[in-house]
Design a protein around this ligand. Structure first.
Ligand code: TYC
Length: 102
């Protein structure tokens, strides 16, 4: 048999790349934050159009909570901090939380 045969590998191994985890931003209803303020914050912080923001706000108002966006952990946490800082400054108890997507 020849000494200089070349062999082709039968299998190719690729390193498994972890899919980045996604996080939900959830808006919770309360009895004190004005509807207009919630809609305004959704527009200012999440760049959500007024009509969509109104629908998200009304869903939280009626059902108790609503998913605002799904994004990376870092963006979700930054946006929640920005939104809740605005609420705190204005003296409203508006609550948002991040939660890993299942
Ligand atoms: N429930 C509030 C009101 O009637 C409005 C509201 C909606 C507050 C959604 C928070 O996440 C919220 N003024």
């Amino acid at each position: 048999m020849s000494e200089n045969t070349t062999t082709t590998p039968k299998t190719v191994t690729r390193p498994k790349l972890e899919k980045p985890k996604l996080y939900k931003v959830i808006l919770y209803n309360d009895d004190y934050t004005p509807r207009e303020f919630v809609t305004l914050v959704l527009r200012a912080v999440f760049r959500i159009a007024e009509e969509t923001g109104y629908r998200i706000m009304m869903t939280a108002h009626k059902l108790g909570s609503c998913v605002v966006v799904v994004c990376s952990k870092e963006i979700a946490e930054t946006k929640v901090t920005e939104a809740m800082d605005l609420a705190k400054e204005a003296g409203f108890p508006m609550l948002m939380k991040t939660e890993p997507e299942d």
